[in-house]
Design a protein around this ligand. Sequence first.
Ligand SMILES: Cc1cc2nc3c(=O)[nH]c(=O)nc-3n(C[C@H](O)[C@H](O)[C@H](O)COP(=O)(O)OP(=O)(O)OC[C@H]3O[C@@H](n4cnc5c(N)ncnc54)[C@H](O)[C@@H]3O)c2cc1C
Ligand code: FES
Length: 266
Amino acid sequence: MIKYHVQSATVIKNEQLSTDTFLLTLRSGSWMFGQKLIFQPGQFVLLGLPGSNEAAFSICSSSQAGKKWQVAIRRVGNLTDKLVQLRSGEKVYWRGPFGHGWPMDQLKGQNLLLIGGGCGFIPLRGILQETKIIHYPGQIKIFYGCRNKDNSLFKDEYPKWQNKQKSFHLITEQEAPQGLVTDLLIKEHFQHDALAWIVGPPIMIRETVKLLVARGLTFSNIFFSLERRMCCGVGLCQHCAINKVYVCQDGPVFSGLDWQTNPHLI
Ligand SMILES: Cc1cc2nc3c(=O)[nH]c(=O)nc-3n(C[C@H](O)[C@H](O)[C@H](O)COP(=O)(O)OP(=O)(O)OC[C@H]3O[C@@H](n4cnc5c(N)ncnc54)[C@H](O)[C@@H]3O)c2cc1C
Ligand code: FES
């Protein structure tokens, strides 16, 4: 069945995360009878406002969180400018969830590398809220590269990601320690069976995959999430097509093996 069913959600809270990014906490259905959003970590919704079109946004809260869910919106254009100004009680319209999420079933205790660039860090924050990740027996190393510290997202949560099980590494392009996320990775030692999940601009994904493979990780253990301009979200309009692959349906999460068979992916 084609999921072209538009539903409403109410804004519960709107918090500013950085100079241009805001975290919306939403609740589907009515105030009294909220409805649980069932999704896999890594899936996205199409959010819209009447007269302002729709766009794709990653769900960045835990899939076990019940009736409330969150999206972090970076103000870049017409729709996002309106979304970031919504106040609690106002309505937003959504379709989804769409696509294939992260391969949670592959998490068997190996080390996990979460690597984010810019607002690509948004979906990784959702993974970090999953119960399976909070109680994960392996080591989780988080690497985040962004423009500057004012622009870094989810600052209040960094202390939670520094403990025996997790380590958090931030690098910015404008302040010390200055550099790109790949500069952080060069200094690290990785186990060869580690899993790596990457989100960011295509050039960052490409360079990161190449570096990890050169350091001994296998293509089959590397996954990345792509952002392409989307319209229908259900495999009909071709807006997100890369050769025969539809990012809205076949992705947004792909593996290194997919890149080997379709070099135009990134
Ligand atoms: C799977 C997925 C997940 C995403 N998750 C998030 C998220 O969690 N948070 C978030 O903030 N964003 C996310 N995005 C990106 C978001 O969907 C876009 O930024 C969206 O276009 C914003 O809509 P807008 O109307 O505000 O801006 P737009 O008017 O669409 O403009 C956005 C930017 O795209 C450029 N642009 C406009 N038209 C085109 C075109 N035809 N081709 C190329 N570039 C163009 C503009 O110059 C501008 O820089 C995600 C995208 C995808 C595909
Ligand atoms: S967004 Fe229409 S085919 Fe993917």
